[in-house]
Design a protein around this ligand. Structure first.
Ligand code: ADP
Ligand code: G6P
Length: 460
């Protein structure tokens, strides 16, 4: 048998694609870009997935879920607090997103981070047969590539970062910066969403470790490490097909009817995260209402938000602020039977999200910083009739590819207001033309192409 056809991929990521739903104990899909992107790849490639099931405790045994071989890693309550809420989500997440919130640097979080990385590395080593490819994902596991290499120098090891890699001046804040970089340099291929991310990493590696070389090829410890940009994507065909189904059309028409078919629907879909710029966009909409440029008879805003990282104080504060803002806008502008902002804070099935995407005239995507932003690509993939307008932040990785969206700087309030107005009044022909180009880009660069390109680079 050809070596490659028997070669399997072991995906290693903090989050598993499924978690136990509330008290029912049933497995439910996890939200977030990493899971959306990797799930179809793992299913198609018969790969294994090493990860955490989302709650503290031990004892989950390996199992198979919809063709995915799941290898759970356990975390104690203390580790969830220090490794996940602490080091991953209060140190690395804000630091890597332009320090939008102040990162905290605490030794008592660092030690569990090292410990948990070691556990993930051991689980990856246990799951990998000789010749398999090990593919480590995201900021929770920056140390794991080197730990895996120390145990199994025979394996090809890849790493992909789903979030931005910050400029050297910001990365330099990290007291453990050298260890982090050396951890990553344990991989054969280190991948980023954008070329800027790859460049930032290579520069930091040259500045803070003994690595030498160019932005795309480093030499470290007598080995070569390839560095590159691999913009992640979605399963275009799935969204495209689902959008075209009669059932979806009916569901979308039902939503429209309930909200008032003559009103333009502005939609946003996010994890409830302070990087997403949710308040900036609500304020832009509020301002259009205030200035009398639109009224609740013409337009309605729908914010779908999935709860995320709730024990982290910055998330709880942001949620309160957004909910107050929604209340204020509805209090001021709502009319009987005419809510100004519909706000849903819960998980939806992917099928339901597609129906909402189908119903929306304008998709408003305004992160202050985002590795990629798959919601923007999902919207494009569902616009089978070429209708709809995408507003997209310049600070999302997706803006590198989706040039025909209406690009906007979310910190420029006047720019946000006028762009929203432009989107609401854009003529049909122009919207169709823009959407056709956007769809060509996402169709061509789907998640299977992404995985194929990355794994080819990893095979060397
Ligand atoms: P991030 O990875 O930061 O969450 P992305 O936009 O890249 O941002 O990915 C978000 C993913 O989570 C998308 O696939 C989106 O469909 C999904 N998602 C967002 N909100 C919800 C929700 N309320 N219910 C279910 N899935 C959601
Ligand atoms: C982003 C991160 C992922 C993470 C997802 C959801 O996409 O890059 O690693 O899985 O957000 O966040 P959570 O903390 O719930 O896993």
């Amino acid at each position: 048998m050809d070596r490659r056809s028997s070669q399997r991929v072991v995906v290693v990521a903090n989050r598993l694609p499924v978690h136990r739903a509330g008290s029912s104990g049933r497995w439910q899909s996890s939200a977030g870009g990493l899971v959306t992107a990797l799930e179809p790849v793992v299913k198609a490639g018969n790969a294994a997935w090493v990860g955490w099931a989302g709650t503290a405790g031990t004892g989950l045994r390996p199992f198979t879920h919809e063709q995915m071989r799941i290898r759970p890693v356990s975390l104690s309550r203390d580790e969830v607090e220090k490794y996940y809420n602490g080091f991953s989500n209060r140190t690395l997440w804000p630091l890597f997103h332009d320090a939008i919130r102040s990162p905290e640097f605490r030794q008592e979080w660092w030690e569990p981070y090292v410990e948990v990385n070691r556990r993930f590395a051991a689980a990856a080593v246990a799951a990998a047969r000789e010749g398999d490819l090990v593919w480590v994902h995201d900021y929770h596991l920056l140390l794991a590539p080197l730990m895996i290499r120390e145990e199994r120098p025979d394996l090809r090891i890849g790493f992909f970062l789903h979030i931005p890699f910050p400029p050297e001046e910001l990365f330099a804040w990290l007291p453990w910066r050298q260890a982090m970089l050396e951890g990553l340099l344990g991989a054969d291929v280190v991948g980023f969403q954008t070329y800027a991310g790859a460049q930032n990493f290579s520069r930091a590696a040259r500045a803070f470790t003994d690595a030498e070389g160019t932005d795309t090829l480093l030499e470290f410890g007598g080995r070569e490490v390839r560095v590159g940009s691999f913009p992640i994507s979605i399963d275009f065909d799935w969204f495209d097909k689902r959008a075209a189904m009669e059932e979806t059309e009916q569901e979308a028409a039902g939503f429209r009817e309930k909200m008032g078919s003559e009103r333009r629907l502005i939609l946003s879909v996010d994890r409830l995260d302070y990087t997403k710029g949710i308040d900036n966009r609500l304020r832009a909409y509020e301002e259009l209402l205030k200035r009398g440029r639109i009224s609740v008879d013409d337009a309605v805003f729908m914010q779908i938000a999935v709860p995320s990282r709730e024990p982290v104080a910055e998330y709880a504060e942001m949620r309160t602020r957004i909910e107050q803002l929604v209340g204020r806008i509805n209090g001021e502008f709502g009319m009987p039977g005419r809510v100004a902002v519909h706000y849903f804070r819960r998980n939806f099935t992917r099928e339901d999200l597609v129906a909402y995407y189908r119903a929306a005239d304008v998709m408003f995507v305004t992160p202050l910083r985002d590795g990629m932003n798959l919601v923007a690509k999902e919207y494009v993939a569902t616009r089978t009739d070429l209708s709809g307008v995408l507003i997209l932040s310049e600070f999302a990785g997706a803006a590198r590819e989706l040039r025909r969206a209406l690009l906007v700087n979310p910190r420029d309030q006047e720019g946000m207001i006028s762009t929203l107005e432009t989107a609401l009044t854009m003529d049909r022909q122009e919207a169709r033309h823009r959407m056709a180009v956007l769809r060509t880009v996402v169709r061509r660069h789907d998640v299977h192409e992404w995985a194929g390109t990355y794994l080819e680079a990893l095979r060397g």
